[in-house]
Ligand binder design. Structure first.
Ligand SMILES: [Zn+2]
Length: 388
């Protein structure tokens, strides 16, 4: 309460005298990094001087991302921090002689392991939000159980338990929570899901998701793989590649990697012409640098796995004709290869043994949640401007 009062006082003072401040903003729909620089009178050369690979990476900024602007005594921008993934953020900063620089730096975050245990009053989705203030957790929970449990049988007083880890950046929850296991009672009968290697299984190790991808291009060579973050020892800087590149001649047919609905077809910064498709269970695929779209491809159009959707091209920041293929789960870029390759639906052998060991650990956490357990306090919402 006292802290809030201080913030309020400082904001009031700020009306009369400029003070250094941090402003937290939400990335607007459809804005590119280039537009952002232009709107804030930051030299566009910052963008144009980037290597193509980094210009492409800058297209990963997503609508709704929380980012920070630091201003100096004269109310001029001195620093900007924009996350592009869980691992990396764009860092724009003014040096001593007043010249702007741009680089990619790691995001510093903490990981907190949590157990949430609640009684259901209205619906799992609403009750999770009410208890945690965490929308992403509610969505991730629904996606984890999707298709395997019928929530219509729920009655008041049924319990749900989630064991998960949550990233925290600058004191706020950050990114999608990672659900390890979850339990929900349906009229008192417990149903479980367990995560293993990024996918959800029932207690017998049978896969609950039936989402598998087909290759978006046929007979194409992989020219670049998925890299969440790596430090380039010679260039002495961080880079990332949040998808897979398939080298293919211009005009090569691109097929939908799974059943879904087109969520975007248009230009997206360094990615050039982009098509995105939303799939079941919180998955999304992205097809970038395409030359053109198959007819009728626009937002809302439903597509079948293997359907022609676009043609390979060289649009945006691209060094030659290729398809940049991205896969996202709950808005987080993941390695497409892990989902393209898997064909079996139940774990066996060594994997099954690992899975059983995990289940035993996670069940202990679920038992903790069933006992005398106290949840983390609900996330607070903060004012968007903090002055010093
Ligand atoms: Zn790429």
């Amino acid at each position: 309460m006292i802290k809030k009062l201080f913030i309020f006082l400082f904001i009031a003072l700020n009306l009369y005298a400029a003070k250094p401040s941090v402003e937290e903003l939400t990335w607007p729909n459809g804005e590119s990094l280039l537009m952002f620089l232009e709107n804030n009178k930051i030299p566009l050369s910052l963008y144009y001087n980037l290597e193509k690979e980094d210009q492409e990476l800058a297209s990963e900024i997503t609508t709704g991302t929380r980012f920070q602007i630091l201003r100096d005594d004269d109310d001029e921008i001195s620093q900007v921090l924009i996350p592009i993934s869980d691992e990396l953020q764009i860092h724009i900063h003014k040096d001593k002689i007043g010249k702007f620089n741009l680089d990619f730096i790691p995001i510093i975050y903490e990981n907190e392991d949590r157990i949430l245990s609640i009684d259901i009053n209205r619906s799992p989705y609403q009750d999770i939000i009410e208890n945690t203030g965490n929308l992403a957790l509610a969505s991730a929970f629904m996606n984890a159980f999707k298709g395997s449990v019928d929530f219509r049988g729920l009655k008041k007083g049924d319990k749900l338990i989630i064991t998960y880890s949550q990233k925290r950046r600058m004191g706020r929850v950050f990114s999608t929570p990672d659900i390890k296991a979850a339990m929900i009672q349906i009229r008192g009968k417990a149903e479980y899901v367990y995560q293993y290697d990024g996918r959800f299984y029932d207690k017998f190790g049978k896969e609950l998701e039936n989402f598998f991808l087909v290759k978006p291009v046929k007979n194409a060579r992989i020219s670049s793989r998925f890299t969440p973050k790596r430090f380039h020892p010679i260039l002495k800087r961080y880079r990332a590649h949040l998808g897979m590149d398939y080298a293919a001649p211009k005009g090569t047919k691109i097929y939908a990697a799974g059943d879904g609905t087109v969520s975007f077809a248009g230009k997206k910064g360094g990615y050039g012409n982009v098509l995105t498709i939303n799939h079941a269970d919180g998955y999304m695929t992205l097809y970038a640098h395409v030359n053109g779209f198959a007819s009728g491809m626009k937002r809302g159009k439903s597509v079948k796995k293997g359907q022609l959707v676009a043609y390979v091209g060289n649009t945006g920041m691209s060094t030659g004709p290729h398809l940049h293929f991205g896969l996202y789960k709950n808005n987080k870029a993941i390695n497409p290869e892990s989902v393209v390759k898997i064909t079996k639906s139940a774990l066996g052998g060594k994997e099954k043994a690992e899975f059983n060991a995990l289940v035993a650990t996670y069940n202990k956490d679920i038992d903790k949640g069933l006992g005398d357990h106290k949840n983390y306090p609900k996330e607070e919402t903060f004012e968007s401007v903090i002055t010093f």
